[in-house]
Design a protein around this ligand. Sequence first.
Ligand code: ADP
Length: 643
Amino acid sequence: MNHSSTNVESRTVTVPDQALLEALVDHSELLIVVLDLEGRVVNFNHACEMLTGFSAAEIVGRPIWTTLIPGVEVAAAQNATQRLSTEGLPSTFVSHWLTSDGQQRLLHWRNTTLLDPDGKPQRILGTGIDITYQEQAEAKRQHGAQQLRKLIDTLPGLVARLDRDFHVRFINVNSRHWFGLDTNAEMGKHIRDVIGDGGFNVLRPGFAQALAGSDATYHGPVPYARGGTRFIHGTCMPSHDERGKIDGIYISALDITEQQALRQQLADEMRRGRTILDHAIDGTIIIDERGIIQHFNPAAERIFGYEAAAVLGHNVKLLMPEPVQSDHDDYIRRYLDTGEGRIIGSGRDVTGRHRDGSRIDLHLSIASFTENDETLFVGFTSDITARKAAERRSRDHLRELAHLDRRAGMNELTTGLAHELSQPLTAIRATAEAFLARLEKGQVPPESLSKALQQISLQAARAGEIIHSVRSFLRKDAGHGADAHDPNTMINTVLKLLSHEIETTGVKVVRNLNDNIGHCMAHRVQIEQVLFNLIHNAVEAMANTEAERVLEIESRFDADTTSCCITVTDSGPGIADGHFERLFDPFFTTRPQGLGQGLSICRSIVEQHGGTLTAANDPERGARFTLMLPSFQEGKDHDSEER
Ligand code: ADP
């Protein structure tokens, strides 16, 4: 209820001509009511009838509060009437009227006491306007303003409004908390006194820009009135009065100090990580679950010959030769399904594919990590082409040496034999020729024939002894320095030595190594040399095969012969029919660069160990070489048995 009563200037009115008065009253859009001094309605104009739905006839002659004033306002209405009729003062008055259909209208009255020519109060004139809608609009406006304020108070940020002189006209609850201020204490204060000199100096240009008519954004550190510095993201906007003139500024800001610190920390960490990756000597490649390259550092660019931009977003397969290229998606899938990986967590030597298509020897180790629920893989690769080439050279050199050594040995042996044998042979030949000459001349007495033949037989026996001594020397040599060895270990050593050839030829190795094979008595290096030759031959034999290249190595104990049995089977073309007999002959080769020494030396080494080396063709695949070595049995003197 909104009652207000203000004193206004009092006035004496002379009653005008009755007819004119009635015409004015009836045609006015104003509500016009005339009461007598007891509050009875004397006049109720047309506008009043329209508003209330009551006719003048229903109202005139009865006190105004009988029908039109709601019960709660009756006393106030009577009081006002009383004052008007005794004091004769004009007044403004707000009251409700009831309409004939039970509604209420809010009316604003301006009342005047009409005096008679003697100056005595005679009538009370009220002119009113219907302010029901204005009141509703005002109530709505106030409600809206209240809601807006509540909304602003729930905002996490700081909101304020300043006037043109930077005095605070509004500030939300959060700002008060933030500045540690009492409720409303800062209203009307200069903003400098709220945010401090430091903050004001930093933000002032933004305030000025908003006052000049454009929005201003600030993102950065601001000295904090309560000490230290806070990181603020804020906006200033001009505020306008009803006529559109700038009358101040709105400020909204967020304190993002914590977020900023986190962001900075994250950026630092990322930069640090990236710096490490970028400067790593190893090529570093990060891929996602689909094998798509996410990161490719400068060292990787150098190794593979691709710029990062050219491979990012592509499948990492592009950096691999066949057959790995085709299988790689399966490797990843298997790892994701089972958690088991061949390289992940450990490292190994692999072959990569350079941009120009050439193969690169690499050492690769992979680690996996999770980011945003996705598994990522980081691969560290180092180019080991130089190391591999050096290894290859030294192996070739060793092989060469082995051949040379053998050949030198054979040469020595041959020279020695020739030298040793030349004497008895010369003697045999001389005796035989002399005897022949005499035989042709028919001068051969029987005693001399028998003597000559004895001579020849003696020399031949001596030659035989020489040969025998050489053989026994060789046998002794074979036994000397031999030791008990695990054949499987030797096989694995040799496979490792040949891993490069195996990989670059795209050969798949199948190992069926039986743990119960036991040990064999062997010169480890020599038997490894034999295995080396057999496996190397097999890989070479498959080099031109179109079909799948499979090298199968089997080891087992052969109870019948108490031997360690090793077979090397390939999927190459096999051995041509006519070649079987000559395969182990020195100098037999079908390769343009071949020496034809390998198998012959292998067999002699194996035989010196008391074993056998044989060749056959696998019914379904290529060639199969079988190596049998006597099994080592505890307590048996190997040397004495050989002798
Ligand atoms: P080389 O190394 O000079 O070829 P080897 O004694 O190692 O001498 O081999 C002799 C020959 O035996 C080879 O030239 C080749 O014809 C044949 N040979 C050896 N191993 C195999 C194999 N796994 N498959 C087919 N042929 C083979």
